[in-house]
Design a protein around this ligand. Structure first.
Ligand SMILES: C[S@@+](CC[C@H](N)C(=O)[O-])C[C@H]1O[C@@H](n2cnc3c(N)ncnc32)[C@H](O)[C@@H]1O
Length: 236
């Protein structure tokens, strides 16, 4: 799978992972009205946009390592003017101070045990981190769920995730299971684009389309049980 073929499929879709505006609004109902927000691993900026709309007075920074995605985020977010800043860069380098670090579907690139202690110093007093991580809703998971997460080592139950969060020196303030519609928000535009690109696709692109369609088929086998857990955490 080449990067070029991967980005050919993944460009021009609204988001790069499961999520929904209602997830952002739920998290804000827990953390209040943060004045300084960082969207770490923002992708094309879907959640940044919701944050900017929901928090009209907040200063927001959206950070992503991938040029394609941050360019899409920049185009999408320029309507908010200077209070929403996009930055191509590594979320390891976040310095804050932030009242909220939002990280949807991106934390696993660093790992929870690395990211939470790293970002502790970037949080303003009273600040919180909200992130989503794969979770098993039953233990053991069904064969379908295990097959879906086969390439992601270390997926566990909510209780195990909470223990890892505590081990990193954070308290879990609230959690929300993300299944169903939030995943379709990601997959449906991706599959529509895959169908359009299929006509005339060369071998590299065809391999990327095959892999994406196979992943969607694995998800459709258990859409109510394949889940992310959205976690609101704060330093202990
Ligand atoms: C699964 S996507 C989720 C994107 C976005 N949060 C969303 O929900 O649409 C993961 C994102 O993390 C970004 N990423 C991975 N490692 C990163 C790093 N070290 N620093 C910043 N961004 C990173 C990728 O470029 C990608 O855009």
């Amino acid at each position: 799978m080449t990067d070029e073929a991967f980005f050919e499929l993944h460009r021009a879709i609204p988001r790069q992972g499961p999520g929904d505006a209602s997830d952002v609004l739920w998290a804000l109902s827990v953390v209040g009205e943060p004045a300084r927000v960082i969207d770490a691993g923002c992708g094309p900026g879907a959640d940044t946009e919701t944050l900017a709309e929901a928090l009209p007075l907040a200063q927001i920074e959206a950070v992503d390592l991938t040029t394609h995605f941050i360019e899409e985020a920049r185009a999408r977010l320029e309507c908010f003017g200077p209070r929403v800043n996009t930055r191509e860069g590594d979320m390891r380098d976040i310095t804050g101070p932030a009242d909220l670090i939002w990280c949807a579907g991106s934390l696993y690139f660093l790992g929870l045990e690395t990211a939470l202690p790293l970002w502790r110093g970037a949080l303003a007093p009273g600040g919180a981190i909200v992130f989503s991580e794969p979770v098993f809703l039953s233990s053991p998971p069904s064969a379908e769920v295990a097959a879906f997460w086969a390439d992601y080592p270390g997926v566990g139950t909510e209780a195990e995730l909470r223990r890892r969060i505590a081990g990193a020196g954070f308290a879990t303030r609230a959690t929300r299971v993300i299944t169903g519609r939030a995943w379709l928000n990601y997959y449906l535009p991706l599959m529509a684009r895959a169908a359009r690109l299929r006509i005339g696709a060369g071998p590299d692109l065809a391999a990327v389309l095959d892999a994406a369609e196979a992943e969607f088929a694995r998800w459709r086998a258990a859409p109510d049980h394949i889940a992310y857990l959205l976690c609101v955490v704060a330093p202990e």
